[in-house]
Write a protein that binds this ligand. Structure first.
Ligand code: BMA
Length: 329
């Protein structure tokens, strides 16, 4: 049986060895993982999360002509406007890239003194990045922006973190739909996906930006099984959301589609992690829908140590999702 997601035989496609020395910040980095991905003209681009041996986090662009062999740039991304807000910020990480018209929005997690927050930067050339803002409020992460607006408002999926109350739900067990007029102030519209206790996806978070298909919004998300003593296992699955109301789940994979099996996924800085964060789909029709035959290049972090690639098609990912009766969800 051919798996729905087929690993590249070149995995891991980017490791710390591929990152040029950028003294004094980045020399012989510990790890590079959880990239955002997009196409810019003919170039395939990744926005890498690179971690130094001081465990500081940097974002670095990598470029490729084929989506598999990447050259990592010799400078780190500087987000204009971030320095002014830098107090209390420790890490900017896990960027997801969404193109809207000719602007690419980077939605990222921000580790601060008080909570994890979601920030947004924008670029039109992948040389200059400008901060749009950082949301203030309760702890939230895994923010991903939809590529279209609804009623003039931006939409995102995010994953609030709540304190676990006695007998209450596990923190991070719910993906939520939110809307915003300015990308900084967000209003929750309601839950989308729930974690499934004791199964592969107890805690969940959206991966790459939702993909417009004729069957609905296709998403890939990560699920964490937490019920194994000593380790959390990060896996990837998929779901299809209603085009008009993305809170309505049409279909969802019962099982995971990708789980740590290769040594590079099982061994590393954080063992047993596949963390999907970016994808590139070339074949989009005139109305903006991804073609079912279209190739999907899915980029993911492996063991918080390297960047890997798995391939599929839009149709195979859609077919892999099992119909959901909302009442049972
Ligand atoms: C999550 C995030 C990811 C990371 C994963 C596994 O909570 O912090 O950035 O890849 O844990 O460590």
């Amino acid at each position: 049986m051919i798996p729905v997601l087929v690993r590249s035989s070149d995995n891991p496609i980017v490791t710390g060895f591929d990152v040029p020395a950028m003294p004094p910040d980045l020399v012989d980095p510990t790890s590079v993982f959880n990239p955002g991905a997009t196409k810019f003209g003919d170039l395939y681009l990744l926005l890498l999360r690179v971690q130094s041996r001081g465990r500081r986090t940097f974002l670095v662009v990598a470029e490729s002509e084929n989506g598999r062999d990447f050259d990592v740039r010799r400078d780190t991304v500087r987000i204009e406007g971030l320095d002014e807000k830098a107090e209390g910020i420790h890490h900017v990480f896990d960027p997801r890239i969404t193109r809207i018209d000719d602007t690419w929005y980077v939605m990222f997690a921000v580790d601060t003194d008080t909570a994890c927050r979601i920030g947004v930067a924008r670029t039109t050339d992948f040389e200059r990045f400008e901060l749009v803002g950082i949301e203030q409020g309760p702890d939230v992460r895994n923010g991903v922006l939809f590529p279209t607006l609804r009623d003039g408002k931006f939409l995102r999926l995010d994953r609030p973190n709540r304190i676990q109350l006695a007998d209450g739900p596990t923190t991070g067990d719910e993906i939520v739909l939110s809307e915003s007029e300015d990308l900084v102030h967000w209003q929750a519209l309601g839950p989308v996906l729930h974690g499934r206790p004791r199964l592969w996806d107890e805690r969940i978070g959206a991966g790459p930006p939702p993909l417009l298909t004729r069957r609905g919004w296709l998403i890939v998300y990560h699920g964490v099984a937490t019920h194994f003593s000593g380790t959390n296992i990060y896996q990837a699955g998929a779901a299809v959301l209603d085009l008009d109301d993305p809170r309505r789940v049409i279909a969802r994979t019962r099982d995971n589609l990708l789980e740590p099996r290769k040594l590079y996924e099982m061994v590393g800085q954080v063992p047993n992690v596949v963390f999907p964060s970016g994808w590139i789909v070339d074949d989009i029709d005139a109305d903006g829908f991804a073609s079912e035959d279209g190739r999907v290049l899915l980029y993911y972090g492996a063991a918080d140590t390297s960047v890997c690639l798995a391939k599929s098609t839009v149709g195979r990912l859609l077919d892999a999702c099992d119909p959901v009766d909302r009442a049972d969800d």
